[in-house]
Design a protein around this ligand. Structure first.
Ligand SMILES: C[S@@+](CC[C@H](N)C(=O)[O-])C[C@H]1O[C@@H](n2cnc3c(N)ncnc32)[C@H](O)[C@@H]1O
Length: 263
């Protein structure tokens, strides 16, 4: 698989002033995955601000990096549901076709990593594709983290179907936003045009949306704020093209270091 690069400069300073995150990140950072420290900090901050009894849903858990952050930060009594078929497909950059052995290895690593981090009993894993997992969660969602299949159709389903279950005032965090083509097209057809989300900003490719009802004027302003991210999206496409053409050093000219896909 294409491994993510380490990026120690990505501290995401400012998102979480307390000391809790550092201890959590010490347990999650060694788990393979595509979540930067700054992005993890934002997940931690949002999960730790939830009320007891909140419902947290993660779509796309891989080997547990983000799951550990969410489960460690969520308050006691919160329900944390991790949805991932662990079928070895739609797994990482250019790893689209399912591959059973790869999925089994991911599942074994996911379970071992959650146990090592001490959060195994705080997470309910649903081993299904998100499109088939709707009945596994009752009612509304307070925090939704979307990082499953990045192709347009499943990504759109996650944003529209699962996103539609986020309670008013709730939060949706979307990974690989304005970076993956499928996820960005899915955003264009949901959060850009809908009245139900306010774009709250992004940490690299981790975009945050608040569940609110916008007026027509607010919708327009919000769509423009999202459209302003498109130059960064085009830059990421160029970086990916350079990496695919084995020209990763040239991607440095675009401010990208390391041979890993931007995220
Ligand atoms: C990019 S990885 C997730 C990384 C993870 N969030 C982390 O922090 O390390 C994508 C994951 O989505 C899962 N996936 C693929 N198709 C899916 C689907 N239809 N529903 C839910 N998860 C899916 C894959 O098995 C894979 O583990």
């Amino acid at each position: 698989m294409t491994r993510p690069g380490s990026d120690s400069s990505d501290s995401g300073a400012g998102a979480e002033p307390g000391g809790g995150f550092e201890a959590v990140w010490a347990r999650a950072a060694g788990v393979e995955g595509w979540l930067s420290e700054g992005q993890a900090r934002l997940l931690h901050h949002r999960a730790s601000g939830l009320p007891p009894g909140a419902v947290v849903v993660e779509i796309g858990s891989f080997r547990g990096r983000s799951t550990i952050v969410l489960a460690s930060a969520a308050p006691v009594g919160a329900e944390v549901v991790a949805i991932d078929p662990h079928a070895g497909g739609d797994r990482g950059p250019r790893e689209i076709a399912p591959e059973a052995a790869r999925g089994q290895a991911d599942l074994a690593a996911f379970e071992a990593n959650l146990a090592a981090a001490g959060v195994a009993d705080r997470v309910r894993h649903v081993r299904l594709p998100s499109a088939e997992a709707g009945a596994a969660v009752n009612g509304g969602i307070d925090l939704l983290y979307v990082d499953g299949a990045h192709r347009f159709a499943p990504a759109r389903f996650d944003l529209a179907g699962w996103g539609g279950r986020v309670r008013p005032g709730g939060t949706m965090l979307v990974h690989d936003a304005f970076s993956s083509v499928g996820v960005t097209l899915a955003l264009l057809t949901t959060t850009f045009t809908g009245a139900g989300w306010r774009y709250a900003g992004r940490h690299r490719s981790l975009a945050e949306f608040e569940r609110v009802r916008l007026t027509l004027g607010e919708r327009l302003a919000d769509a423009l704020r999202q459209a302003a991210q498109l130059p960064w999206f085009l830059r990421n496409l160029a970086v990916k093209a350079l990496i695919a053409a084995r020209l990763a050093p040239v991607a440095r000219l675009l401010g990208h270091r390391g041979g890993h896909w931007p995220y």
